[in-house]
Design a protein. Structure first.
Length: 353
């Protein structure tokens, strides 16, 4: 006799958390053989080629004109300096990359916390129901929270978001002063008749947080949240703004130009001296040796350049589009469940009871 079926206390559906932020398909080409997507080969090909041709010239002159060799003892001293500079550059660049990723996580976490608190707290008094204006207020504020994510992304990419006039769904894809406006999906999240002040120096993320702060005040006035809870919600907004400020710092503070100049000059000097130090011992083999060394050193330097500004569209940048899309889906599922509960459709999955 078959055992009785166990009662099911919850229903599971196929889901895809982090579907956009994580890799879904296996790599067809091993990383060791990859020379295009995600690599720095294209950016370092010219200096590597020039140093290789220079080595060919030095070896030819050494063989047919006169001895050009230098003692190999100078290489260790120079290599220490080059190594220290490259380590500093790469560690600084990766720290900027990792800090930017952590700040994006902080912003996403704040949006999740605020969404959860807003939806759970938007509960009418016993025997009453939310008015249409109150429900619309909650829904618009949650959409503003999602819009903050997109506004942060576009601002960090210098893609300004809202024209200095009322926002409308038809404005998507519009180009003003050579700057592309946001996508239709993003514009639709903004409140109707929103006027942007970016032309006056006010960033859209900060402008949207004012709307969120105003909602917290209204929720407190309606009795949905008490004083300490309203203070905690304000702290979440402050945390979001602080994280965005740190991302702005990364975006607007490049590496000191003195360091960049000296690093380029030291790399070029080292790879120009290397042929003279290897021609006596290796002859024509000095050409591939110098090419390999130049490829290695300029590749490390190129990685630092790639990671210095992690908010763009490059393969090695933070996957802001996917991360924000995953957060948007989470928030919208919560909002749909909340609306289903308020409408009595029963499709709220047991939340917001």
């Amino acid at each position: 006799m078959a055992p009785p079926e166990r009662p099911r206390y919850h229903q599971r559906r196929p889901t895809y958390p982090l579907a956009h932020a994580t890799r879904q398909k296996p790599r067809r080409i091993p990383l060791v053989l990859r020379v295009s997507k995600g690599s720095v080969h294209a950016s370092i090909a010219v200096p590597v080629l020039l140093h290789s041709l220079f080595t060919v010239l030095i070896v030819y002159l050494d063989r047919h004109v006169g001895n050009l060799g230098l003692p190999a003892l100078i290489i260790p001293s120079l290599s220490i300096v080059v190594g220290l500079m490259l380590v500093f550059r790469n560690s600084t660049s990766y720290d900027r990359f990792w800090s930017g990723r952590n700040c994006l996580t902080t912003i996403g976490t704040s949006v999740r916390n605020l969404t959860r608190s807003f939806l759970v707290s938007a509960t009418p008094a016993p025997g009453e129901a939310l008015s249409e204006a109150e429900r619309e207020d909650v829904e618009k504020t949650v959409c503003v929270l999602v819009a903050i994510l997109y506004a942060v992304k576009h601002n960090l990419r210098a893609e300004y978001n809202v024209p200095p006039g009322p926002a409308a769904n038809g404005d998507a894809g519009e180009v003003e002063n050579g700057i592309t406006a946001a996508k239709a999906e993003y514009i639709s999240l903004l409140p109707d008749q929103l006027v942007g002040f970016e032309d006056q120096g006010l960033s859209l993320p900060l402008q949207l947080t004012v709307l969120v702060e105003a909602y917290i005040r209204r929720a407190f006035g309606r009795g949905w949240v008490h004083g300490p809870q309203a203070s905690q919600l304000t702290v979440q907004v402050n945390t979001l703004v602080e994280a965005y400020g740190r991302m702005e710092t990364i975006r607007s503070t490049p590496m000191p130009v003195a360091h960049l100049i000296h690093q380029k000059q030291v790399l070029a000097l080292f790879n120009c001296v290397l042929p003279f130090a290897t021609v006596d011992d290796f002859g024509w083999w000095a050409v591939p040796i110098v090419a390999i060394v130049a490829f290695t050193l300029y590749g490390i330097e190129g990685i630092g350049v790639q990671l210095e500004d992690p908010f763009g569209y490059d393969k090695n940048d933070i996957k802001m589009d996917g991360i924000i899309e995953d957060t948007r889906r989470e928030v919208m599922v919560l909002l749909d469940a909340w609306k289903a509960k308020r409408s009595g459709s029963g499709m709220h999955g047991g939340m917001f009871e």
